[in-house]
Design a protein around this ligand. Structure first.
Ligand code: UDP
Length: 246
């Protein structure tokens, strides 16, 4: 078996990864695709916690801009992540990966309540752990939930899967000549207003507590597998590296 760089990872997946070709909601085939990527690193005996977003269903900010009170809209967004968590749990079971779903909002009929020690136990027993409802409180996003959970579950790295393969100096969709950062110092990521890879709260927490972050595109090649092996993909964000373009 290939030797992995990380023993325990926190994988942050945006809700949009479950969209497939839809504009809204969940495509079960897209969920299966995500499950198969996770299975690849599960097969390497990596312990995996997955924080799932809700952007394919509902984002609090969007609801607030349409007149719903922000906190209420954020709770709706968190509930969206529980739906996604159920879909991903179903997909992982279909590809024979043992899995448990925990939620930071209590919903005992569909998910275990988040309980740190039990969460760690699930991973030690070889179960993929899906964490829904982010932090359980409004005014933040699932990126902050990912940062917090990565720290409290003592993960070795936060793997942030996105639509773009890493962090670029400018928007690579608008500017095809945009260069990718191979390494990015977290301080630079926070201070550079052109870099919007995660919310500042999530980055600040990672900086203060020394949690490295890898940003890469989930649906490109075997990026997640390569990330687990420590290959040079996407962008590596840490206190310990100098900012460097590819
Ligand atoms: N949310 C929240 N607290 C949290 C995590 C999420 O209030 O700790 C809400 C927030 O409204 C957010 C929504 O849930 O917009 C869905 O999560 P997110 O936007 O992070 O999803 P993603 O962009 O990763 O799909």
């Amino acid at each position: 078996m290939a030797k992995t760089r990380f023993k325990r990872v926190l994988l942050k997946i945006g809700g949009e990864s479950l969209l497939g070709n839809r504009e809204y909601g969940i495509d079960p085939q897209a969920a299966l695709n995500v499950a198969n990527y996770i299975k690849q690193i599960y097969a390497l005996n990596v312990e995996i916690a997955v924080v799932i977003g809700g952007g394919n269903v509902f984002r609090g900010m969007a609801g607030a801009s349409n007149g719903i009170e922000r906190a209420t809209a954020d709770y709706m967004g968190m509930i969206a992540t529980v739906m996604n968590g159920l879909a991903l749990q179903d997909a992982l079971e279909k590809v024979n990966v043992p899995v448990r779903l925990q939620s930071a909002l209590t919903m005992p009929a569909v998910a275990e309540n988040f309980l740190r020690r039990k969460a760690i136990r699930h991973m030690e027993k070889g179960r993929v752990l899906i964490l829904a409802a982010g932090t359980g409180v409004p005014y933040v996003t699932t990126d902050t939930g990912a940062s917090l959970h990565a720290l409290e579950l003592r993960c070795d790295v936060l793997l942030k899967a996105t639509k773009v393969n890493g962090v670029y100096e400018k928007d690579p969709v608008k500017y095809p000549d945009a260069k990718r950062y191979r390494n990015l110092n977290i301080k630079d990521a926070i201070e550079n207003e052109h870099i919007n890879v995660m919310d500042t709260a999530a980055l600040a927490m990672s900086k203060e507590n020394g949690m490295p972050i890898m940003v890469f595109e989930l649906f490109e090649g075997d990026n997640l597998y390569k990330a687990a092996l420590g290959e040079d993909i996407g962008t590596y964000i840490s206190n310990d590296v100098k900012t460097e373009l590819v």
